[in-house]
Design a binder for this molecule. Structure first.
Ligand code: GLA
Length: 680
């Protein structure tokens, strides 16, 4: 008798090992999934709406976005995977029309099933694949060769049937970091930027970026009247009342030696003569920010020596806002920011500038009060009403200027919901804008124009970043509404899929980049990032080199998106290579484009002020590229050239480009960033 309980336990164990069970894809850990934009969600589209494919609603499944990759580990005893797949209906109509996704199931490196190209509005397709004997499964959503617009992709009613161990998701494999940037010398080196723009009479704050051992002594010959220099920190403050170009001879000296360089202040109507460099809170903290965190980041920025390489802005993103009030009936900070003016002063006292974030819509994406609201006193009663008829732009701008902000990121959010109704009552003329139609409506420029006009009226220089994800070819009209930089894409994520997707879509905007006007492919995803859920970036080391190199070639704003207090040596080495940064900050302000490709090796060329060219040999392939390169004429590079590896800061050789090839070994998803200087 006493064996009976043991026996039944055995039977139970036997059955649980052989009886098949079900696990739903939406029950697995989706944080391991990678996708080009947004995040993979359980039982919702990636846009947080119900899962709907061609008007059919599904209670369970996952919402993702092409390109997307979910890696699932199996134990060889999983019987099958089954799902319905299709493009989610949630994208706006225009985008849905452009959508095209292919769903692919890959088992142990072999394609087991593919959906064929699916478009928005196509009925869901069923996939059932046997997984017997398979140990690693990839569920991939491809963008089908035409970009990722509208490619919100759903795997619904998706489940695994298994015996034994339940399937589980895994992250992409990590690879060891390796540092290319040489250690900075102890002698002073004055680093870029060498140009600074300000309006006459407005306050100037510029920290001369110099690496090398401290203490250091700074002097400036011909310091314009109205400016003063702190000789031990190199911080320049004051104002210049008269427009003009002021050339200053800057000297930095320490016990090891001296460096001397010309730095030019252009006083006129242009700000951001080189792409803004700094830090922004969103990619790491999401909306979970506070006065204390911002101060700590400002401290870390200085302590890490990032200011010695030109990083100048500490930008507060979404999450600082409370309700309207104060003397201007402007958005006041919430309880996590007890004294905004004191915070601004603190950041300034460190020689740094500070940025703020807002939206023309009633609310921001993170649910905070925006620039419009549905009641005269600015309270949001019901954001779904999307009325937004009271604009508080003027009130808010006055308040920001009074607090002392230097940068604004102005985020469209869901402004489209109020657009048309608003247009009829538009008290502001947008007709002066030079560009007609094209993609999105002219009305979409309105809130940015209104904001731009008010910003210009303030007795303060506030760099203006338009964040509307590139709609209506913003690069063509961003300058006309007063912007200095504008996002060209949806939000970046720390995945190869995202960085690649963004990189490949930048060329169309390149011709509009110039001093004071920058295309912004979004903030950097290096170091500890995570939108409130901090983790090490999922990019491999070579992908990180490629990411930073491309953003430098693109003349993109370099806004660090990681936790500066948790900075590791590798990430710091990526962020502080003065020769790579000099490419980004080159005064000519050209944006590189891909001028030639060999397979997936794309070659980007950026013309530099001194007549040399920065060339990125960018390998988007998953195999390394070992080639003997001869086609210099395709890069418009001729004659004898000195070839310098900018990451390693080493001349490689002098090359007669007409005669000799250059041998290139570019890592998979990696880069060689070279500078070609003609030999005189
Ligand atoms: C949008 C922007 C992001 C960030 C968030 C804040 O998604 O593109 O960069 O500012 O809003 O809610």
């Amino acid at each position: 008798m006493k064996f009976l309980p043991l026996f039944s336990l055995f039977i139970l164990l036997f059955f649980s090992c052989t009886k098949s069970r079900t696990v739903w894809l939406d029950e697995l850990d989706l944080s391991n999934a990678d996708q080009a934009t947004g995040i993979t969600r359980a039982n919702q589209s990636m846009w947080r709406t119900p899962l709907v494919i061609a008007s059919d609603t599904f209670a369970r499944g996952i919402g993702t976005h092409a390109f997307g990759v979910i890696r699932v580990q199996l134990d060889g005893k999983t019987n099958f995977f089954e799902a319905l797949v299709g493009v989610d209906d949630s994208a706006p109509e225009g985008e849905l029309k452009q959508s095209s996704v292919e769903f692919v199931v890959i088992g142990d490196g072999h394609i087991l099933w593919r959906s064929g190209i699916m478009h928005g509005g196509d009925k869901a397709k069923r996939v059932t694949v046997s997984l017997k004997g398979i140990s690693s499964l990839i569920l991939r959503t491809d963008h089908a060769g035409d970009g990722i617009v509208g490619d919100r992709a759903d795997w619904v009613n998706a489940k695994f049937e298994f015996v034994g161990k339940a399937p589980y998701t895994v992250q992409r494999k990590r690879e060891a970091d390796y540092i290319r940037t040489p250690k900075a010398p102890v002698i002073p080196l004055i680093n870029a930027p060498y140009r600074y723009g300000a309006c006459p009479g407005n306050s100037i704050l510029f920290t001369i970026p110099v690496s090398g051992e401290r203490p250091m002594n700074f002097t400036i010959a011909d310091l314009p009247s109205g400016l003063s220099l702190d000789s031990s920190t190199g911080i320049v403050t004051g104002k210049i009342d008269v427009a003009g170009v002021y050339n200053m001879k800057v000297t930095a000296t320490n016990v090891h030696g001296t460096d001397c360089r010309e730095i030019i202040f252009e006083i006129g109507d242009k700000l951001a003569l080189t792409p803004p460099m700094g830090w922004n809170s969103w990619n790491v903290f999401g909306a979970d920010i506070s006065d204390e965190k911002i101060r700590k980041m400002a401290d870390a920025m200085v302590d890490l020596g990032l200011t010695n390489y030109g990083y100048a802005y500490i930008n507060i993103d979404d999450g600082w806002q409370g309700q309207r009030g104060g003397k201007y009936n402007a958005v006041m900070p919430n309880e996590k920011f007890p004294d905004m003016k004191a915070l601004v002063d603190y950041v300034h006292s460190k020689g740094l500038k500070i940025g703020i974030y807002s939206s023309p819509w009633v609310q921001t994406f993170a649910g905070y009060v925006g620039g419009s609201a549905d009641t005269p006193d600015g309270k949001v009663i019901n954001s779904s009403r999307r009325v937004g008829k009271y604009s508080f732009t003027k009130n808010d701008v006055k308040q920001w200027a009074e607090w002392g902000f230097d940068y604004l990121k102005y985020d469209w959010c869901s402004y489209g919901g109020v657009l048309d109704r608003d247009l009829d009552k538009d008290p502001y003329s947008v007709s002066s804008l030079a560009f007609q139609g094209g993609g999105d409506s002219i009305a979409g420029r309105k809130p940015f124009k209104i904001m731009g006009d008010y910003l210009r009226k303030q007795p303060r220089d506030i760099v203006y970043n338009l964040c509307q994800y590139g709609m209506g070819d913003v690069w063509k009209w961003g300058d006309a509404v007063g912007g200095q930089c504008w996002r060209t894409t949806n939000d970046i994520t720390d995945t190869w899929e995202s960085v690649k997707g963004i990189a490949l879509s930048q060329d169309r905007a390149a011709a509009w980049a110039k001093p004071g006007n920058w295309n912004d492919p979004d903030m950097l995803v290096l170091g500890i990032v995570g939108w409130g859920n901090p983790h090490q970036t999922k990019l491999k080391p070579d992908e990180q080199y490629l990411h930073f190199s491309l953003w430098s070639l693109f003349s993109a704003p370099l806004l660090i998106g990681c936790d500066l207090e948790k900075m590791d040596d590798f990430t710091l080495s990526l962020l502080t290579n003065n020769e790579v940064i000099a490419v980004n900050q080159d005064p000519l302000g050209k944006q590189a484009t891909c001028v030639y490709s060999i397979g997936e090796l794309r070659i980007y060329v950026k013309e530099l002020e001194d007549g040399s060219k920065a060339v990125g040999f960018c390998n988007f392939d998953r195999e390394k590229a070992d080639i003997s390169f001869r086609d210099f004429d395709k890069l418009n590079i001729t004659g004898k050239q000195t070839v310098r590896d900018l990451w390693r800061q080493k001349d490689i050789k002098t090359l007669d480009t007409g005669r000799k090839p250059l041998s290139l070994n570019v890592p998979a998803h990696g880069v060689l960033l070279y500078k070609f200087t003609p030999v005189q």
